[in-house]
Design a protein. Structure first.
Length: 252
């Protein structure tokens, strides 16, 4: 990488951080593990034509604050804001080199596997990944391929902070009893509980809110309710209306 390319790279990373995409990982396309490349091959993603794979995420509140300032008028402001930022980043910092945005998109994508590879996400009792700095308050936002040979960047994997949690407040606070320390998170129990008319989990997760780890990075209430409404709609779309009503739950 030339000195000019390095300057562009550093400026680009600072730009992304300022816009709320403050987690940044870079992988060598030639060294991706087979569990990732198998998915790419199945989805017909031509990753071999590129040098680097970039994974971007937000940790904490900054992303939402910048999104509100951008005043995105769309039905999917989170993805549309992300795409706008990535488009500017690729134009100004990758200098028109060939890139391909893989996510956000409709392509089935191994986000959690990439997050683990980046050293960001480890398992938690809630079925969500937990980050060593941001706790449960981080999310994957973008994945792209580029021919620019950016410096490789990953973090050293860490053990889940849940292992040393004395309160296990998330488990005790889960109305659906879906969270477990040793067992797999019970997604169906969680989903059906959220469909109840009087469920406290419709637009927020009491168990997630009860987690004491990295609470200073907890999303603002507006963001929590936004993501809660989006995921609830997805659950309603998954369950047949007659099945939901017959079990006493609100249909979608």
């Amino acid at each position: 990488m030339s000195q000019l390319e390095k300057v562009r790279h550093d400026l680009g990373q600072r730009f992304l951080e300022k816009k709320g995409l403050n987690l940044f990982a870079v992988f060598d396309c030639d060294a991706l593990p087979i569990e990732i490349t198998d998915i790419f091959d199945r989805e017909k993603i031509a990753y071999r034509n590129y040098s680097r794979l970039l994974l971007l995420a937000n940790g904490g509140r900054v992303f939402w604050d910048r999104l509100q300032e951008a005043e995105i008028d769309s039905s999917n402001p989170v993805d549309d804001y992300t795409i706008r930022i990535i488009d500017r980043y690729t134009r100004e910092c990758l200098q028109g080199n060939s890139t391909q945005l893989l996510y956000p998109s409709s392509t089935g994508f191994p986000l959690q596997q990439l997050g683990e590879l980046a050293g960001w996400g480890v398992s938690s009792p809630l079925g969500l990944e937990i980050h060593h700095d941001f706790g449960l308050w981080f999310a994957y936002r973008a994945v792209l391929l580029t021919q620019v040979k950016l410096p490789l960047r990953v973090e050293t994997p860490t053990l889940s902070p849940c292992r040393n949690c004395q309160t296990q407040a998330c488990i005790a606070s889960c109305p659906a009893k879906a969270a477990h320390m040793e067992k797999t998170f019970a997604w169906q129990a969680c989903s059906l509980n959220r469909l109840k008319l009087d469920s406290p989990c419709q637009d927020q997760c009491p168990a997630r809110l009860a987690c004491p780890y990295a609470v200073e990075h907890q999303y603002p209430g507006q963001q929590i309710r936004y993501h809660g409404a989006v995921s609830l709609k997805m659950i309603r779309d998954l369950y047949p209306k007659n099945l939901v009503i017959s079990r006493g739950y609100k249909g979608g």
